[in-house]
Design a protein around this ligand. Structure first.
Ligand code: SF4
Ligand code: SF4
Length: 539
């Protein structure tokens, strides 16, 4: 973005909303999926096309495919039929979506986003809609409607914030998921989702890292950690009979600042003598299937459990990831579970039995670590994080998708001396999305990402100005990948880190040498640079 400020004009639709068509303006939409990725995944209608093309090269019977798919899903998901029927248009959700707040586009109001699909439901699947058409709120399914679905269902991060405010509990994220699933049936998908999914099939992870690269990266991390701490840690891979399989997003092996979180995990596991293993086959915790179809989600999730069975572990520990946990918490039981071949997770250090994970057999690293701290099993020196004034971003999926609110805060309050919450209506269940989740964290839609992320950035700006906050922590790989760009634009001077990076800094390891740097290799006391972001104008 070269413009110094963004004008946001919010308002109601001018005239008949059904008559306005999406404008595929550069910076606001994602590129289509490459044919090779659809072929690799066995998805329909692989071809070269782009959203701004007039001809999307749809199959001749595309309309029948969509309507048949819609009908089948109305039968399969009772929630979908309910969400199609019960909205009373009260408007409580209208101003709760970060994309509406940041773009002002009325079709980014959750109620209107859902109406894009509801109007088709009425026309084709209700008696009044079949008889009275537009008089009953129905509309014809045309190619323009399909293009509108594509535009707006890929301007929804499936974050579920709107559902918190809906008196009927309508979950627009679920509607978006079905919308994307139907588009998939005719080969209308985005590359930022299909390529990571295809990579996951080819090499075990979204980034396409091959097993030898994965091994090199872990060994390099062990080398770096040795330089910082003086301690050589083990990085077991595919160790049969280990007690625990550890699965984390692949960005942790290569991305920045994710990599420092990995160093934190390695320090922790060494210090408590954990009997665990990484896996090259299950080297991805993230699941881009969540962003395209239930079928793809199931296929990708099953890799983790297949590997747990092959290695003969007792249970699974999962790293800092967002959507991995939404998949686990909301879908695993009925999708690939229950995982009866595994044991109910028990911490080998504290003896705590994680009863809530007795079906999935998978525990979140924040729960695991909070339990260690609570039982006084870790020696911590929070002053090693004194260069940071810290706030915490509740990543949408762990927060709203699984209710993981206290554990990350508990860890942070034990590993740093300066922690400040953002305003109450922007955190916990009401947290604002990063604006780039659900597979939208690509470059070509950067303007829309910055607009969608504006409410989150604005809350960060508040604590920066009030308390001098210079570090935004989170427990999601997509957040770690996309928040730095967002903050560089709106709140320069605030950096991004994982919770276990700060844990690793504070962790006093037995036999360590005197620490002079943090896990980033920076002097422990150096202040990061600070500056002000652009001004925002509401018109
Ligand atoms: S799920 Fe999130 S992104 Fe989608 S409409 Fe609701 S608030 Fe907006
Ligand atoms: S809050 Fe719920 S019922 Fe009200 S308009 Fe939004 S989706 Fe419909």
């Amino acid at each position: 973005m070269s413009e110094p400020l963004i004008q946001i004009e919010q308002g109601r639709p001018a005239g008949d909303w059904t008559a306005t068509k999406p404008e595929f303006r550069k910076g606001t939409f994602c590129h289509s999926a490459a044919a090779k990725n659809l072929q690799y995944l066995g998805l329909p209608n692989p071809r070269e096309w782009q959203p701004f093309d007039l001809d999307w090269k749809l199959p001749a019977d595309w309309k029948k495919i969509i309507l048949d798919g819609f009908k089948e899903r109305l039968g399969r998901f009772r929630s979908l039929r309910l969400f199609m029927d019960i909205c009373v248009r009260c408007g409580a959700c209208a101003d709760k979506c970060h994309f509406y707040i940041g773009s002002g586009d009325p079709k980014n109001m959750p109620v209107l986003r859902a109406e894009l699909m509801r109007s088709i439901y009425r026309r084709y699947f209700t008696a009044t809609g079949k008889l009275f058409g537009s008089l009953a709120g129905g509309r014809e399914l045309t190619e323009d409607v399909l293009k509108e679905w594509f535009y707006y269902f890929y301007q929804c991060t499936e974050c579920r914030r709107c559902s918190v405010f809906c008196p009927y509990g309508i979950d627009t994220a679920e509607i978006t998921m079905i919308g994307r699933e139907l588009l998939n049936l005719v080969g209308v998908n985005i590359n930022w989702i299909t390529e990571p999914a295809a990579n996951c099939y080819r090499t075990g992870n979204h980034l396409g890292i091959q097993p030898h690269g994965f091994k090199d990266s872990l060994e390099f991390a062990a080398d770096e950690l040795e330089e910082i701490t003086g301690i050589r840690v083990d990085v077991p891979i595919a160790k049969k009979g280990a007690e625990i399989l550890f699965v984390t997003p692949s960005a942790d092996y290569f991305g920045t600042p994710h990599y420092y979180t990995l160093l934190g995990y390695l320090s922790l596991f060494h210090e408590i003598g954990l009997d665990y293993t990484f896996s090259a086959y299950a080297s991805e915790g993230g699941n881009f299937g969540l962003f395209s179809s239930h079928e793809m989600m199931k296929r990708l999730n099953s890799k983790i459990y297949d590997e747990a069975k092959r290695l003969g572990v007792k249970w699974i520990l999962g790293g800092e990831c967002g959507h991995m946990w939404r998949v686990l918490h909301q879908y695993m039981d009925t999708m690939n579970g229950p995982a009866d071949f595994l044991e109910v997770p028990v911490s080998p250090v504290t003896g705590t039995r994680f009863e809530h994970a007795k079906s999935t057999k998978m525990v979140h690293i924040a729960e695991f670590t909070a339990d260690l701290i609570h039982n006084n099993k870790l020696k911590l020196d929070p002053s090693r994080n004194d260069k940071w004034k810290v706030t915490y971003h509740d990543s949408c999926n762990p927060a709203r998708g699984m209710g993981l609110l206290e554990e990350p805060r508990y860890i942070l309050k034990n590993v740093c001396n300066s922690f400040h919450e953002m305003p109450a209506d922007t955190i916990r269940e009401q947290t604002f999305c990063c604006g780039s989740g659900s597979g939208l964290g690509t470059d070509e839609n950067l303007e829309m990402r910055l607009r969608g992320g504006y409410p989150r950035a604005n809350a960060v700006r508040y604590v920066k100005e009030k308390h001098g906050v210079n570090l935004l922590t989170c427990i999601c790989a997509i957040d770690k990948a996309t928040l730095p760009t967002l903050l560089d634009y709106w709140v320069p001077g605030v950096e991004v880190a994982g919770v276990h990076e700060l844990l690793g800094n504070a962790l006093v390891m037995k036999g360590e040498k005197e620490r002079v740097t943090n896990l980033r290799g920076e002097p422990l006391t150096e202040e990061p640079a600070n500056s002000d972001g652009p001004e925002v104008v509401h018109a």
